[in-house]
Design a protein around this ligand. Sequence first.
Ligand code: UDP
Ligand code: MG
Length: 312
Amino acid sequence: MSAPAVTVVVPIFNEELVLPELLVRLTAVFDANPAVRWGALLVDDGSRDRSVQLIRAHVVRDPRFAFIEFSRNFGFQAALAAGLAHASGEAIITMDADLQDPPECIPELVAAWQAGAAVVLAVRRSRVETGARRLGMDVFHSFFSRISDHPIESNTGTFGLMARAAVDALNAMPERNRFFPGLRAWVGFRTAEISYDRQERAAGQPQQTFLRLVRYAFDGVFSFSYLPLRLLTYTGLIVSGFGFVLGTFYVVRRLLGLEIAVTGFTTLVTLVLFLGGVQLIGIGVLGEYLARVYDEVKKRPAYLIKRKTGLG
Ligand code: UDP
Ligand code: MG
C-alpha cells in the first residue's frame, strides 16, 4: 500500500469506552472521502484496560490503521510526539480519542491544507469545560498569550493539521519537555483556522487529571518564557531599593540624634514572612528551570515503544 496522504494521530490512554465509537466514526469519515489516501496512527500510552485489544483487533481488519504501543504510561505529550515521529502522511492531523474533537471536522481541516495552509488550527467556537478546569484554562490562555513571543490561539488545543514540512520541523526539535500548542505556534508556517463546537467526552472520565493539566501549563510557561525569572529579578530590585531607602532614613535619623521607637513587632514578623516567601518562590522558580535543564541533559527518551503494528 502506498503511503497515506493524511495520517490522523490519536493518543490513547484507557479509552475502552470511547474506542468503538471513535473507530466507527473515523472509518466513516475515511469512507466518505475516498479521494484522499487516509491513514490513522493510534498511539497507546500504556492503557491498563481493554483499549489495546480493541485496537489490535481493528488494525488487523483495516490496513489503513496502524498502532504503536508504549511500554508504560508516558503522558499525552509523549504519545503525541511518538505519533508525529512515526506518521508518514503528507499532512498529519492530531486529535483526542475521546471525541471531544469530532472526526467529522477532519475533511474541513484537509480542505484548508489543500488550499495552501501548512498549519490548520481547529478553534473551539464553544466549549463544554466548566468549573476549575475551565477557569484554569482561561487563566492559562490569557497569561500565556501575554508572556510568550509566540502566542497560541486561545480556544485551541491539540486538534488541528500540520503539513509535512511543519511536522519535520517539530520532529527535529531535540527538546523533551514538549508543549505542543506552543511549539506548533513557534514553527510558524502559513496558518489557517477552522472553527468547531467542542463536544462532551463521548464516554468515560478525563484521563488527564487536573494536576497533570497544571503541570502541562507550567511546561508551557517555563519552556516559552523567562518572565518568571525576570519578575523575580524585578521584585528583588524593588525590595532591596525599598530596604536601602528605609535603612538610610533610620541611619540619618540616628545620626541626627532623633529617637527611634522600638515597637514594630508586627512589621518585623510580616517582613520576615513576606521576604521568606518571596525567596522560597524564587528558589522554586529557579528549580523549575533547573529541573528542565537536568531533564534535557539526561537525554532519556521521552517514550519507549513496546510494539509497532501496521507501520511497514
Ligand atoms: N491521554 C494519553 N495519556 C495520558 C492521558 C491522556 O494519551 O496519560 C490521551 C487521552 O486518551 C485522550 C487525550 O490524551 O485521547 C486527551 O485526554 P483527556 O480527554 O483525558 O484530557 P482533556 O484534554 O480532555 O482534559
Ligand atoms: Mg478530553
